[in-house]
Design a binder for this molecule. Structure first.
Ligand code: SME
Length: 154
C-alpha cells in the first residue's frame, strides 16, 4: 500500500474510533477497517489485559482457540511482557507461536499502551510469509495509540 493509502486508512480509523459509542465498538471498527483494507491481513483482533492474562476481544477472521493467553505464553504474551511490537516472519520457526490457523505464516503483535501500562494489543496474522514491514508497524502503532485513548476514556 502507498503512503497515501496508509494515511487515508489511518484517517478513516481515527474518524470511526472518534464516532464509536464505546471502546468495544471502537475496537470492532478498527479491526474491521484494517482487515477490509489490507488483503494480506488474514486475521485481525484485539486482546485486552485482564490481570496476568490476555483476553480475546473484537476480531475479524476465523474463531481462535486462544481466547485467554497467559502473559508468559505465545507471541501475544511476549509482546505484552516486553511492552514492544513483535514481528514474526515465519511463525513455524518461532517456538513461542500458538497456532490459531494452519494457514498462518507470519504475525505482528503491537501493544496498546497507556504510559507504561499495557492495556492490550493488536494482533494481525497473515497467510503470507514475512508479510509485515515497517509500514505495517507504523500504521498499527498509530492505531494502537488511537485505541489507547478510546480504552482509557472508558
Ligand atoms: N499466534 C498468537 C495466538 C493468537 S492467534 O494468532 C489469534 C500467539 O502466538 O500468541
Amino acid at each position: 500500500m502507498t503512503d497515501g493509502d496508509r494515511d487515508q486508512l489511518l484517517t478513516a480509523i481515527e474518524s470511526a474510533v472518534a464516532a464509536a459509542p464505546n471502546a468495544n465498538a471502537a475496537m470492532q471498527q478498527a479491526v474491521r477497517l484494517l482487515k477490509d483494507a489490507i488483503p494480506y491481513y488474514s486475521w485481525a483482533g484485539i486482546y485486552l489485559l485482564d490481570g496476568d492474562e490476555l483476553v480475546l476481544g473484537p476480531y475479524v477472521g476465523k474463531p481462535s482457540p486462544h481466547t485467554r493467553i497467559p502473559l508468559g505464553k505465545g507471541i501475544c504474551g511476549a509482546a505484552a511482557s516486553e511492552k514492544a511490537t513483535i514481528v514474526v516472519d515465519d511463525v513455524n520457526a518461532d517456538p513461542r507461536y500458538l497456532a490459531c490457523s494452519l494457514e498462518t505464516r507470519s504475525e505482528i503483535v503491537v501493544p496498546i499502551m497507556d504510559g507504561a501500562d499495557v492495556l492490550g494489543e493488536i494482533d494481525i496474522d497473515s497467510d503470507q510469509p514475512a508479510a509485515f514491514g515497517a509500514a505495517d508497524r507504523a500504521l498499527l502503532e498509530d492505531v494502537a495509540a488511537l485505541l489507547a485513548e478510546a480504552l482509557s476514556d472508558g
